[in-house]
Design a protein around this ligand. Structure first.
Ligand SMILES: [Zn+2]
Length: 277
């Protein structure tokens, strides 16, 4: 699932290509996404010029003259810019045909993504209104986390993934940040000290910045004819490395399943007695 860095990389790669272009036509091949695509979307957006592409959490906002196109990539969504003559494949559900022979194409095999249009302030849209702070914004701080963690007994990893607390952090970057902070993912959020919250903020920000930087490098070194989709190879500390030696201490990385997500950790670097051994 794309998280904040992947969505930011998509934004960075799309923005120079689509900004200033007019949406001339919208083709909806399959409207059954997480929410059905409105029947009015083609008529509402045709003729609109894209002024800028911004990101809020995992949402991409294409600000146009008369409103904003809000896109979420769900679990498997991709946005690519292709020549308009490119034949669509099976999971290419929407095309925004742009002036100048290019098309912004939305592809999503599992169809958990969403595409909608609003003429109101997008940040006030019910889907975005309750999002927590952007973790790379100047307002994001240990103080913010301390206030939000008050009386929260849930594990710190789940707390980090609560989008009302921090926007855009999912399983990969929550696991990675907790490793970097040397902290057990199972610590109840309210038990963290101020110093630990500071360590966590710093680890989270550095993890996200490094991932964005890896994505940028991947874009620059990619000679693929297709525009980057936001997915890039990431060298992780713990995520996806169960059974492999910790890059710091050599202990074997553990994977603990909880529901449909897995928690990855180094039992030495993130030691908390009795929780996972
Ligand atoms: Zn270790």
């Amino acid at each position: 699932m794309p998280e904040l860095p992947e969505v930011e990389i998509i934004r960075l790669s799309l923005e120079p290509v689509v900004t200033g272009r007019e949406i001339t036509r919208v083709i909806v091949r399959n409207s059954l996404l997480r929410r059905p695509v409105s029947e009015d979307l083609p008529s509402e957006t045709a003729g609109e010029k894209i002024h800028e592409v911004i990101r809020r959490g995992k949402y991409l906002l294409f600000r146009c003259s008369g409103g904003t196109l809000i896109i979420h990539l769900g679990m498997t969504g991709k946005l690519t810019v292709v020549p308009s003559s490119t034949v669509p494949s099976r999971h290419d559900h929407l095309d925004f045909v742009l002036a100048g022979g290019l098309t912004l194409r939305f592809t999503d095999p599992r169809r958990f993504g969403l595409v909608l249009w609003t003429r109101l302030s997008p940040l006030e849209h019910p889907l975005l209104r309750g999002l927590g702070l952007e973790p790379l914004s100047p307002d994001f701080s240990a103080r913010h986390l301390i206030l939000r963690a008050k009386n929260r007994i849930l594990p710190i990893k789940q707390f980090l993934m609560d989008h009302h607390v921090v926007a855009g952090v999912g399983n990969i970057y929550a696991n990675e940040s907790l490793f970097l902070a040397g902290m057990s993912p199972f610590r109840p959020a309210q038990q963290l000290t101020a110093h630990e919250h500071e360590r966590l903020v710093s680890a989270l920000q550095s993890t996200l910045r490094n991932a964005i930087s890896a994505g940028r490098n991947h874009i620059q070194s990619s000679h693929s004819a297709e525009k980057p989709e936001g997915y890039f190879p990431l060298q992780t500390w713990v995520y996806g490395r169960s059974g492999k030696p910790c890059r710091v201490c050599g202990s074997i990385i553990l994977r603990i399943r909880n529901g449909r997500r897995s928690t990855y950790l180094c039992p030495s670097c993130q030691k908390e007695e009795g929780k996972y051994v």
